[in-house]
Design a protein around this ligand. Structure first.
Ligand SMILES: [Zn+2]
Length: 370
């Protein structure tokens, strides 16, 4: 049965450590969820994810619905069987990709009509369909369809989008109640643009409907970092402490630590894997670009203190060579390291919360890496 329990809380701040119970096992929060867009976290096997400490991954409904399609995945009893991942999976609703990738043709009360980025065919993503697709993926945590808006947006547009999101969320919940495994979770997504008043209205409307957890959507869409933090902090405060709080699509390791301090429990971002494929790797002292000439004959690992497979066996010089030669192993080794780095940070954050030392950890971490 889906359940969230807080096991430790910062004495002086809002950071908390919890346990999420899902149909495919427990997740210890705060947690980072690597993004498995097309049924794989790019270049990594499920075993490599487990070795890095990954507990839950995110699957993209929009992509999987288009390719390979729900019928194929259903034959494997869902995404877990299809991709050989037996731990929890959170699926998004497809809404964000419809707004960002597809050619959006029309937002209607009924749903979002779009032309796919693959073949231009026209589809209508309704709240009911968004849930039914996630049910066929056998997702552990499903997300309601929301209307994403661009930054900047007018108050009027943000208000319309949040009101539509609320009506869609109600329909999502009804479909979830009718069709989904009741042990799964369903999260509502708070919208409202960069307007606090609207964020509050959205959060309250969703809490009235009642969801297993709540996400802060519509951030990391081009707004300044200070504004992202201001809106996230405000929105997280409006949400009930009894449910998991998920900040979508964010961010750098430093962002994660700052958002944990504001009470966030869950995160996802393509940054560790996308940056890895662009040769950018994270270290405890900031990021480095592995293609830089200074690493030409550097026999050190990416990060001396990292325990990942890449750092145990491979030098910066070798990784630079692989990357510049466009060897496939470069993407895999860089991704192994970056995912390990993110998971290591969430492990340390959780430990610090449980030890009552989160504030000191945060100060140390942000001073060290900025
Ligand atoms: Zn490493």
């Amino acid at each position: 049965m889906f359940n969230f329990k807080i096991v430790s809380q910062s004495k002086t701040g809002k950071a908390r450590a919890g346990i999420l119970q899902t149909p495919h096992g427990e997740v210890q929060t705060p947690i980072f969820m690597p993004v498995g867009t097309l049924g794989s976290v790019k270049s990594l096997s499920p075993e490599e994810l487990v070795n890095a400490g990954v507990q839950i991954i995110l699957g993209n409904t929009y992509h999987l619905y288009l390719r390979p399609g729900c019928d194929v995945i259903k034959r494997f009893s869902g995404l877990h069987g299809f991709m050989h991942w037996d731990k929890p999976i959170l699926t998004d609703s497809g809404g964000f990709q419809v707004f960002s990738l597809a050619k959006l043709t029309q937002i209607k009360e009924e749903g979002a009509e779009f032309q796919t980025h693959l073949d231009g065919s026209t589809h209508l993503l309704t709240p009911e369909k968004a849930i039914d697709i996630q049910v066929s993926l056998n997702s552990d945590i499903m997300m309601c369809l929301d209307q994403c808006i661009a930054y900047p947006s007018s108050y009027h547009d943000a208000k319309d989008a949040l009101e539509l999101t609320t009506r869609w969320s109600k329909r999502c919940k009804q479909t979830w109640e009718e069709n989904a495994d009741k042990n799964s979770g369903l999260f509502g997504i708070v919208q409202g643009g960069m307007f606090k008043e609207l964020r509050e209205i959205s959060a309250e409307a969703l809490m009235d409907l009642g969801f297993s957890g709540y996400a802060v959507g519509g951030l990391s869409v081009g707004e300044p970092k200070e504004l992202l933090f201001e809106i996230a902090d405000f929105t997280l405060d409006t949400l009930t402490d009894a449910a998991p709080k998920y900040v979508m699509g964010v961010g750098t390791p430093e962002d994660l630590v700052s958002l944990v301090e504001m009470g966030a429990d869950m995160f996802d971002c393509v940054m560790p894997t996308r940056n890895a494929r662009n040769g950018q790797v994270f270290t405890r002292n900031g990021t480095i670009n592995i293609s830089n000439a200074q690493f030409k004959d550097d026999s050190n690992p990416i990060d001396q203190d990292c325990g990942c497979y890449t750092c145990r066996y491979f030098s910066r010089a070798y990784l630079r060579h692989l990357y510049l030669s466009k060897e496939l192993l470069a993407y895999r080794l860089n991704s192994i390291h970056n995912i390990w780095h993110y998971m290591e940070i969430t492990r340390r954050v959780r430990e610090a919360i449980c030890d009552g030392t989160f504030e000191a950890f945060k100060k140390y971490f942000l001073n060290k890496t900025v």
